[in-house]
Write a protein that binds this ligand. Structure first.
Ligand code: KG4
Ligand code: ZN
Length: 342
């Protein structure tokens, strides 16, 4: 791949090829991360400073606290990434940073750090969409290339995406209310599990009976999803126990069964109807044990299935660097600013 594009801070166009080394910063929510990736697939450094311990006390992410913590951590993760890779600023081809969607105060920290590095070393800056970054996590250490169909499941989004080339990406379905990660976090809170709810619910589900309770699967047209009805059904179920001996593991397992089978059905239908042979799972919820299990079962039906390893499912900067390398459209931005919603 050889791309010549204009980017912010580069009057001279930058050539991106297999030898390009991109440093990326990610700070859209509660992880401050910096990574260095060569040729879009080879991770030379990957540093993540998580704020989970702090936010645990409040039961969720407090944006102002998160932004301040990013400020404290950002220089540390950059220095650590240079150290891990054994590289200096002059060795970097371009600097990338997540520009949205996410928490604006948080995004500003990582994006401005990446812009400052670009200015200091006289290199281009590349602004990256967080959702493209989650998708790009699948390029790391693999030989994946478009065309493929992707199921993107995160804290803020649930989408079925067709990727026909690095610049031809179409969303063909999405949630009409809650995102999958959001539903996990809300249900976890409802049944008394601490923040971060999604991974805790997943763990608890493994000890329960997935068929203990029949929860309703929303009937939504096409490739769209809805999870708010399911959340209400869990609330009703919890109330029916009137505070007595809540079968938490069985509720978790039944909820997880309902969500994972809905996702499986839709992504399979999309792959069948739109004739894709490769299926890609992406986003923080791609770390979920049951969703992974069900999607990988599609391999027995002839599909090639990809899902990032755990460390590249949840927020990290390696996926941001990979997106900077692969997604052609990201190179067209010359005056990017942060944004909160997609
Ligand atoms: O992709 P991500 O960073 O969110 C956005 O970019 O919006 O992922 C965070 C989301 C949270 O909702 C978290 O609860 C969920 O991913 N998550 C999980 C698991 N690990 C993370 N949900 C279910 N099972 C998991 N194992
Ligand atoms: Zn994310």
């Amino acid at each position: 791949m050889n791309k010549i594009k204009n980017t912010l801070f580069s009057n001279k166009p930058v050539t991106i090829d297999e030898n390009s080394i991109i440093m990326a910063l990610e700070s859209s929510c509660d992880e401050t991360a910096c990574a260095i990736v060569k040729g879009g697939r080879e991770v030379l450094a990957n540093v993540v400073a998580s704020q989970i311990k702090t936010h645990e006390e409040y039961g969720g992410v407090i944006p102002e606290i998160a932004a301040r913590m990013h400020l404290e951590a950002v220089n540390v993760v950059v220095e650590e990434a240079f150290k891990q890779a054994g590289l200096k600023g002059d060795d970097i081809t371009a600097f990338a940073g997540t520009v949205g969607p996410g928490l604006v105060g948080c995004l500003l920290v990582g994006m401005n750090a990446a812009k400052s590095l670009a200015l200091a070393y006289d290199k281009p800056f590349i602004g990256i969409n967080h959702l493209n970054a989650h998708l790009a996590a699948n390029f790391i250490d693999t030989d994946l290339e478009p065309p493929f169909i992707a199921l993107l499941v995160s804290g803020g989004h649930t989408q079925i995406i067709e990727m026909n080339s690095y610049s031809d990406i179409n969303i063909i379905g999405e949630t009409i209310d809650d995102a999958v990660g959001e539903a996990y976090d809300k249900v976890a809170r409802l049944i008394g599990l601490p923040y971060p709810g999604g991974p805790k619910l997943d763990k608890m589900a493994q000890e329960g009976n997935p068929f203990a309770f029949k929860l309703p699967e929303a009937k939504v047209d096409g490739f769209n999803f809805s999870f708010s009805g399911l959340k209400t059904a869990v609330l009703r179920l919890v109330k029916s126990f009137d505070g007595k001996d809540l079968p938490v593991a069985d509720i978790c397992a039944s909820f997880q069964e309902c969500v994972s089978s809905t996702l499986l059905k839709k992504v399979k239908k999309a792959a069948e109807e739109h004739c894709y042979k490769q299926i890609v799972l992406a986003g923080g919820v791609a770390a979920n044990s049951e969703i992974r299990k069900k999607i990988f079962q599609l391999e027995s039906e002839g599909y090639k299935v990809f899902a990032p390893p755990m460390k590249y499912c949840t927020d990290n900067a390696a996926m941001v660097a990979s997106a900077a390398y692969f997604f052609e459209k990201t190179f067209d931005k010359t005056d990017v600013e942060v944004f909160s919603r997609a």
